[in-house]
Design a protein around this ligand. Structure first.
Ligand code: KIV
Length: 277
């Protein structure tokens, strides 16, 4: 049975913590799903960790749909959330509806995520009215880094903290089923979590959130460009992969790969006839 938004909301009521990871391809999504993670986000972070862009801003909807389809093919249980990229929901309610529909209808996601609070509440309301579950995202919203002046902690002044609380309340009121809180002080993360009825999923927002989301490359240690403060590396895949690749290279150049184990044999008589020609 596929995880539903009601189950996710109930987890908050029961005090059960919610885990969420990003995935961008079929094989990784399959592992994440089989591990029992209930929420899989096809984040536009793929622009940085998979496609090598400097930020998430250049990511297009076609790129997002391509990866969302691959993830959906690998997932049986988790809810797949498609992340709406920059300027694919800002222009109008109609634009938001059209593009969110593509994630659900073409790519097979069960919900979408979009960045912003009060300013996107009207769009969230319309998507929800039309049957598209929405995850909100406030705090350090990477699509606004130029406005923020970089990847900076948000909600540190009283005014900014109140704005974030109002954003969270507006998203809940508009019908979002959960909200990502990114890079805000831990006490603010806990306060927002207490003040709203839907789950908060934190990333750099402290232990007081209802759940936690991480970029999979960060927890696996497979993205070497930088390690965000909020990430814990549960593995160091970069080292493992580098060692394996170097060993392969050394064996090929030394003529020790492949061995008989990786090769296919042929009937001796056929070979003899070929050699006789
Ligand atoms: O794009 C992404 O992966 C995200 C998460 C970091 C929440 O938005």
């Amino acid at each position: 049975m596929r995880v539903t938004i009601n189950q996710i909301k109930e987890m908050k009521q029961k005090g059960e913590k919610i885990s969420c990871l990003t995935a961008y391809d079929y094989s990784t999504a399959k592992i994440v799903d089989e591990a029992g993670i209930p929420l899989i986000l096809v984040g536009d972070s793929l622009g940085m960790v998979v496609l090598g862009y400097e930020s998430t801003i250049p990511v297009t909807i076609e790129e997002m749909l391509h990866h969302t389809k691959a993830v959906v093919r690998g997932v049986k249980q988790a809810m797949v959330i498609g992340d709406m990229p920059f300027m694919t929901y800002h222009l109008s309610v109609e634009q938001a509806l059209q593009n969110a529909t593509r994630f659900i209808q073409e790519a097979g996601a069960q919900s979408v995520k979009l960045e912003g609070g009060v300013t996107v509440a009207e769009k969230v309301r319309r998507l929800v009215e039309c049957g598209i579950p929405v995850m909100g995202h406030i705090g350090l919203t990477p699509q606004s880094i130029h406005q923020f002046g970089g990847f900076k902690i948000q909600g540190k002044t009283p005014e900014a903290a109140i704005r974030l609380l109002k954003d969270a309340q507006a998203l809940e009121e508009a019908g979002a089923f959960s909200i990502v809180l990114e890079t805000v002080p831990a006490p603010l993360g806990a306060l927002i979590t207490e003040r709203i009825g839907i789950p908060t999923i934190g990333i750099g927002a402290g232990i007081g959130c209802d759940g936690q989301v991480q970029v999979i490359n960060d927890i696996l240690g497979s993205f070497a460009d930088f390690v965000p403060k909020h990430a814990k590396q549960y593995a160091k895949l970069t080292d493992i992969v580098r060692n394996a690749v170097t060993e392969f290279h050394n064996e090929v150049t030394a003529g020790t790969f492949p061995t008989d184990k990786q090769s296919f044999s042929m009937d001796e008589s056929i070979l003899a006839k070929l050699k006789a020609k």
